[in-house]
Design a protein around this ligand. Structure first.
Ligand SMILES: NC(=O)c1ccc[n+]([C@@H]2O[C@H](COP(=O)([O-])OP(=O)(O)OC[C@H]3O[C@@H](n4cnc5c(N)ncnc54)[C@H](OP(=O)(O)O)[C@@H]3O)[C@@H](O)[C@H]2O)c1
Length: 261
């Protein structure tokens, strides 16, 4: 993918799943990567396994504390030019509202929403000044259709699509590109790492995710959409891909369907 060749791409959530697959494909495409997630050692192993490891660097950040993470990143990056920011890091949820601690909602918003806002605001002034840059966020089909067990995740993923829509409108006059990626069910560790009602990790698989498309396929289709400078793309298969369309055509049908599942 020529679009990424020689570009500096800051990728969050690069230690696992979709982000790891994106890192591998971006490195193969000639990008220079800044790899972010919490686990520095895992990111270092990822870096060493990529094509041209010397072109890439690790920047470990905890996005559950977005302002602190942005301060750390500001210091680490200095005046380094970022061509593309891919906000991919995220955490999901599997708990009923009646059984979910309030703090779980805060955590989901910090990582899945404020983390995106903080890193975007960090790179944006320079991109606007250069009239060159591309901001990408991996939201979810859960950012279009609310379902059981994901109330906080749905809230954060809906919110981030709204932020990206507003960003796209404001940045048009600065010639910046803004892309939202909405995966359906993808076979990664997302369910395993999801928050339960007390904020602990769920620690088990979800058959819907296990039956989804691979992280590699999701990364490939997402990077194609980014390279084509699409505004928004749904990546998935089956019902999870169709759900946003069904929601537009027949919201009442979708309401009945999600209440039964
Ligand atoms: N899999 C799906 O079915 C699916 C569907 C729709 C949308 N998505 C979205 O796709 C994105 C990637 O998810 P995935 O499926 O690849 O899941 P994953 O394998 O669990 O990866 C999540 C990534 O986010 C990072 N992360 C989690 N908490 C973080 C924090 N506090 N600070 C910094 N990084 C953090 C993790 O790294 P560390 O543990 O090293 O911090 C990891 O690299 C997420 O935004 C998710 O919501 C996934």
């Amino acid at each position: 993918m020529q679009y990424f060749s020689g570009k500096t791409v800051w990728l969050t959530g690069a230690s696992s799943g979709i982000g790891l697959a994106m890192a591998q494909q971006l490195a193969d495409a000639g990008a220079h990567l800044i790899l972010t997630s919490r686990r520095a050692e895992v990111l270092e192993q990822v870096r060493q396994g990529l094509a041209h490891p010397e072109r890439h660097r690790v920047l470990a950040l905890d996005l559950s504390q977005p302002e602190q993470a942005a301060d750390q990143a500001r210091e680490a990056l200095g005046d380094q030019v970022i061509d593309i920011l891919i906000n991919n890091a995220g955490v999901s949820q599997r708990s009923l509202i009646l059984e979910t601690d309030f703090d779980v909602y805060r955590q989901l918003m910090e990582i899945d929403y404020f983390g995106v806002v903080a890193l975007t605001k960090l790179v944006l002034p320079r991109m606007a000044e250069r009239r060159n840059g591309h901001i990408v966020t991996v939201s979810s089909v859960a950012g279009k259709v609310g379902t059981k067990l994901r109330s906080g995740y749905n809230g954060a993923k809906f919110a981030v699509i709204g932020f990206m829509d507003s960003l796209r409108a404001e940045m048009a006059e600065h010639d910046l590109v803004v892309t939202s990626i909405l995966p359906g069910f993808i076979n990664t560790a997302i369910a395993h790492n999801s928050l339960a009602g007390d904020g602990s990790a769920l620690g088990k698989e979800d058959p819907d995710n296990a039956g989804g498309i691979s992280a590699e396929e999701c990364a490939r289709r997402s990077l194609e959409a980014i390279a084509a400078q699409k505004a928004e793309v749904i990546v998935g298969s089956g019902l999870s891909k169709l759900a946003p369309l069904l929601q537009r055509i027949s919201p009442a049908f979708v309401r009945r369907m999600v209440a039964k599942r």
